[in-house]
Design a binder for this molecule. Structure first.
Ligand code: NBG
Length: 830
């Protein structure tokens, strides 16, 4: 039943003003109201979580009107909506961010104070939704922030995993995983919309038939699953646009199989419900590497199908032809996880909406575009034909047809070049045969981008080289960026206040405005304030570390930070080799002059990735030995922050002096942590990899600590035949360190524990740590020297911030809008 429009209260007349006013008193009043009416609690019995929920609802109330107006706009004529399809969104906590974007942070703080509460405590209470692994998922959320801030109509589509990325605990130095039950206490930000559900088919077989002389195919599925949308508003900074992040959760179409139930098999009757709901149960915890598991393909298809059905529904409900879909929607594929969209769009258009194949293909390719996020060969998704066909029989037929037409064109363009035909095929004919998802995404899109200049160049030269030869015009670069709202204003309020006092608040919208700092770099007062802020932030982190880990760290020491997913290509163990080198130096010469450092690590290892887990153990083992040695412990401190996530990132970046970006050149597609550190005034020690190259170009080579082989030199070495053992033989310092590791010096004499690590370095060293070792050590010595001159260090730090504007996700989104999506801002009027 729906009410006639005239019967619906108009917000202007009633609810809007009083209920959602931004004054301290109004906020306090709605808070008390929400605690009572929404949480159903008295003040006396309220838990911290009740109080947090009451405030969350108070804030949500204040963005609802903007949200509703924005959604109305998606359906208006003449807008093109960006649909960002991503299997991961790492939003971080919402409360504080929404307060900042609404511009009511201070009012809320005051309102809580009046009620005898601390805003900080309530903010801290929020559990972050860990719906992503790392950089890729966090990028999606930075992009959502910028899309809203720039008033671009957009919907982010993904999966509402019941369990996100596992929580990491450390026991005896080893990583232990526990389930991340982020929904345990409820999620006040999302609205479930069970009435807007879509059905998704899976399995079964296909049947052909003719309809008015036309060959048609219908899919007879084995199973149907329902996708329920859960919508979360994503508000822009100080604007009325509140876009939607729509995450689908899976549900059985029938909760009970009454046939089975009536035979008395109660458990059998709910089995289908359980297996349907498994689809959105858990996020796969592998960063980069993809396991070819059927459940994962089912997850991908599930969210893609729901999202595309929703998009087509909007188009139809607005009375616009499907053939014009590309005029109203730009769909971005965040990596290949949603690449099945190419085949699903064709199926929806051809099978379910009777478009001709050619028309459907034109709409599909004009609507879709694809971002690649990795060069690692093991991370390129490909699905065994058998597994794929069993789950998606119709899609396999469609892919075969797309491929047939595609290879015909290849043959016409490159006659006689059957090797190229084989390389360009959507199907890999090795062994059991595979569907190549990157090829499907590349072929079905009108634009293909990498995420940093070097990465895009390597895509063209290597991973997607044949596609580049075929359609060079599709390729373009879009260097990543991160949002200055979360990563500066929210994470580093003192720095933000200083910048605003000096430059005005325009920099928050336009990060290039930070350049005006350059002219102030010699102002001693600025330098002094700058150092004080860093020192304060380091003190906050130190207090947190002491409180949660019981380790005392000194804010006077240099905070040298390496936080990111654990992976051999990121080379956390290269930093360990550096620490061991310093340790040995002190042992040889106890009076050696060395600046005290605190080495901070953080990051999760994929649960099945043994070497990465061993590196975590290594960090803890080295820490134990170092801290136990009175000669060393005042100069070297090591902390590993368990369960590194967005919340911890917000604590760490503002407190860092040195940012470690030490991947082997040619391996890290971009990196985004590198940008967050530099924005907060940390100096980078890094290789010429990913976005490091562009960061160095921007901030100036003299303000960046560079070491290591270039991507080209890495290739060269591989061709010549890389022999890591030679470095071991020729470098006594390196030999000493590796011998100590192998000899059990850090494992209570156990020679076996770190043997796999040492062996892999000496005999294979896929990521060339030994080749880069000396260059890294020399560079770290230059860092030590630079740190001694605090004035110079501060100057470098200020210049890093002043020149970091390019790495705002606002810039990235503007580039996507003008080059790929062809969309324009739409101001929302209330
Ligand atoms: C990651 C890259 C990072 C990059 C982010 C965001 C995957 C597959 N890729 O270098 O490793 O910064 O994507 O683009 O997670």
């Amino acid at each position: 039943m729906s009410l006639p429009p005239s019967a619906i209260l108009h917000p202007e007349e009633s609810l809007k003003s009083q209920r959602t006013a931004a004054t301290v008193d109004a906020i306090a009043e709605s808070f008390v109201d929400n605690l009572f009416f929404v949480q159903g609690r008295s003040r006396e019995r309220a838990t911290v979580n009740d109080l947090y929920m009451a405030l969350a609802h108070t804030v949500r109330d204040r963005l609802i009107e903007r949200w509703i107006q924005t959604v109305i706009n998606y359906r208006a004529q003449d807008v093109r909506v960006v649909c960002y399809l991503s299997a991961e969104f790492l939003t971080g906590p919402h409360l504080a961010n929404n307060l900042i974007n609404l511009g009511i942070y201070d009012e809320a703080e005051e309102a809580m104070r009046k009620l005898g509460l601390s805003l900080d405590t309530l903010i801290e209470q929020e559990e972050e939704p860990g719906l992503g692994n790392g950089g890729l998922g966090r990028l999606a959320s930075c992009f959502m922030d910028s899309l809203a801030t720039l008033d671009i109509p957009a919907i982010g589509y993904g999966i509402r995993y019941e369990y996100g990325i596992f929580d990491q605990e450390i026991r005896d130095g080893w990583q232990v995983e526990t389930t991340h039950k982020w929904l345990r206490l409820g999620d006040p930000w999302a609205l479930a919309r069970p009435e807007d559900a879509f059905e998704v088919k899976m399995g079964g077989h296909t049947e052909s038939y003719t309809d008015g002389g036309r060959y048609r195919v219908r899919w007879v599925p084995e199973k149907v699953i329902r996708g329920i949308p859960n919508d979360t508003p994503i508000l822009g900074y100080r604007t009325n646009t509140a876009n939607t992040m729509r995450l689908w959760s899976a549900e059985a179409v029938e909760s009970f199989d009454f046939g089975t139930f009536n035979t008395g098999d109660f458990f059998g009757a709910v089995a289908d419900k359980v297996s349907s709901e498994n689809i959105s149960k858990i996020l796969y915890p592998n960063d980069e590497e993809i396991q070819g598991k059927q459940l994962r393909l089912a997850q991908q298809f599930f969210f893609v199908s729901c999202s595309l059905q929703h998009i087509l529904q909007i188009q139809k409900n607005s009375n616009r032809p499907l053939a014009d879909l590309h005029r109203n929607f730009a769909i971005q594929l965040n990596d290949t996880h949603p690449a099945i969209a190419v085949a699903e769009m064709m199926r929806l258009l051809v099978d379910e909406n009777s478009l001709e194949w050619e028309a459907a293909w034109s709409v599909t390719t004009r609507t879709l575009s694809y971002t690649n996020h990795t060069l690692l060969p093991e991370a390129l998704e490909h699905w065994p034909l058998k597994l794929f066909g069993a789950l998606l029989p119709r899609h396999l037929e469609i892919i075969d047809e797309i491929n047939r037409r595609h290879l015909e064109e290849v043959r016409a363009k490159f006659p006689g070049d059957e090797d190229r035909v084989r390389r360009l095929s959507l199907i890999e004919q090795n062994g059991e045969g595979y569907v190549r998802m990157a090829h499907l995404a590349a072929l079905g899109s009108h634009a293909i981008n990498g995420v940093a200049e070097l990465h895009t160049e390597l895509l063209k030269k290597e991973v997607l080289r044949d596609f580049y030869d075929l359609t060079p015009e599709k390729f373009n670069n879009k260097t990543n960026g991160v949002t200055p709202r979360r990563w500066m204003v929210l994470a580093n309020p003192r720095l933000a206040r200083l910048l605003t006092a000096r430059l005005g608040s325009g920099w928050i919208h336009d990060l290039e405005k930070l350049r005006r700092l350059e002219s102030m770099v010699d102002d001693p007062e600025l330098a002094e304030e700058w150092r004080n802020i860093k020192h304060h932030n380091k003190g906050l982190l130190a207090a947190w570390v002491h409180h949660s880990l019981g380790i005392a760290i000194d804010p006077e020491s240099m905070f040298d930070v390496l936080v990111k997913r654990l992976h051999e290509y990121k080379r956390q163990h290269l930093q360990v080799l550096h620490i061991l080198t310093l340790y040995k130096r002190i042992q040889h010469d106890p009076d050696i002059d060395m600046q005290p450092r605190t080495f901070v690590f953080g990051g999760k290892a994929a649960p099945g990735y043994r070497m990465a887990k061993l590196i975590i153990k290594l960090i803890h083992s080295v820490a134990a030995v170092v801290h136990g040695d009175p000669l060393v412990r005042d100069r070297i401190r090591i902390v590993f922050l368990p369960n590194y996530n967005v919340k911890l990132g917000q604590r760490v970046y503002p407190a860092a002096d040195l940012s470690e970006q030490i991947s082997l050149a040619g391996k890290e597609a971009s990196g985004t942590g590198n940008m967050k550190f530099a924005m907060n005034g940390a100096l980078t020690i890094g290789t010429l990899d990913g976005a490091n190259i562009e960061i160095r170009e921007e901030v100036g080579a003299e303000n960046f600590f560079l070491f290591g082989l270039t991507a080209q030199e890495v290739e060269q070495k591989k061709v010549e035949g890389y022999v890591p053992h030679l470095y071991y033989e020729q470098n006594p310092q390196l030999r000493e360190v590796l011998d100590a590791l192998a000899g059990g010096e850090f494992s209570h004499g156990d020679r076996g524990l770190f043997q796999p690590l040492v062996d892999s370095l000496l005999h294979r060293d896929e990521y060339m740590l030994l080749a880069d070792y000396q260059s890294y050590i020399d560079c770290q010595d230059r860092v030590d020297a630079a740190w001694r001159d605090r004035e110079r260090w501060t100057r470098m730090s200020i210049l890093n911030v002043a020149r970091i504007g390019k790495f705002s996700s606002d810039r990235a989104i503007r580039d996507y809008c003008s080059d790929i999506w062809k969309t324009w801002p739409v101001k929302i009027e209330l």
